[in-house]
Design a protein around this ligand. Structure first.
Ligand code: NDP
Length: 270
């Protein structure tokens, strides 16, 4: 039996227990998966309590991904470059920190949606934690270049510099986006959470694939992209399920079927 959980604050609306229970059923792995609301200043204590009660692994969501990075005793390359951890595996006294967000996005784009990133121009909007988490896995697909544009330009410039050793990157402010064509636009801002769309020129869309990391609904960015001639528009539900699948595999070494779970959650949302 794998004793697993997800830590967050808030945590009530997390889909992780549903997703992991489906994976467990499919793969025949016995899993008990709990939602744990950790106090804002008490993540480490909650995590240690869970480990002392026999926890084998856990996911970490907002706002504890950096606390989880500090809790982990060793880090995978994805966790190291992201500077944040969303999955921990307990291995005796060792707490192995991983970040599966980027793998989740790449698997959704390439395997589920059939989008090849090789030699493509990718524009990422936003330079927060999610962007830091997705950059290495995206660059490992050998895109032509990744442009990072952010409301606060300095953060985009810094991220582009930090990741330049992994591939061609550049960073600038949202207002510097031109009408030059790009292949894929990824909205990694949290603007959709407030019902907003990043303030950028609509000419850049021009037949690009547009992907909002936010999931669960038709977001303002998706509406905006559709109106401005995106070739295809997606939200981050597939990424959510794929990052969970990568975590499940990290713990159990079993690879679940994500398509069935994405379909089931979509049906619930429709
Ligand atoms: P952060 O708080 O770390 O970063 C937020 C980013 O959004 C910053 O770059 C900020 O710019 C920008 N921003 C916020 N509001 C606006 C606005 N109105 N216009 C333009 N830019 C804005 O958030 P995260 O990086 O952690 O998360 C970003 C999104 O990704 C969230 O919607 C989250 O739900 C989603 N996500 C989805 C996942 C999935 O599995 N599908 C996994 C992880 C994240 P500035 O720097 O100027 O403040």
């Amino acid at each position: 039996m794998y004793k697993l959980a997800v830590f967050g604050n808030p945590i009530k609306h997390s889909l992780s227990p549903k997703i992991h229970t489906s994976f467990a059923r499919q793969t025949g792995v016995r899993v008990e998966y709990a939602k744990i609301l950790a106090p804002i200043d008490g993540f480490s204590q909650s995590a240690y309590d869970f480990i002392n009660q026999g926890g084998n692994g856990f996911n970490i969501t907002v706002p504890f991904k950096i606390n989880a990075f500090n809790l982990a005793t060793t880090h995978t390359i994805n966790a190291q470059t992201a500077g944040a951890v969303n999955t921990i595996k307990v291995n005796g006294n060792e707490l192995i920190g991983e970040n599966t967000d980027g793998i989740g996005l790449v698997n959704d784009l390439t395997k589920n949606l059939g989008i090849d990133l090789h030699d493509k121009i990718v524009l990422i909007l936003g330079a927060g934690g999610a962007t830091r988490g997705i950059l290495l896995p995206l660059l490992q697909q050998n895109p032509k270049r990744i442009m990072i544009a952010n409301r606060t330009a300095s953060k985009a410039v810094k991220l582009a510099k930090d990741f330049a050793k992994f591939g061609k990157t550049c960073g600038f402010g949202l207002e510097k986006i031109k009408d030059d064509p790009v292949d894929i636009i990824i909205n990694a801002t949290s603007a959709s959470l407030g019902g907003e769309t990043p303030d950028i020129t609509s000419g850049v869309v021009n037949n690009a694939v547009c992907y909002d990391l936010m999931y669960g609904q038709q977001t303002p960015f998706m509406d905006w992209a559709k109106t401005n001639n995106a070739s295809m528009v997606f939200n981050g539900l597939g990424m959510l399920v794929e990052q969970a699948a990568a975590a499940f595999e990290f713990w159990s070494e079993k690879q679940p079927d994500t398509q069935a779970v994405i379909k089931a959650i979509k049906a619930l949302n429709d």
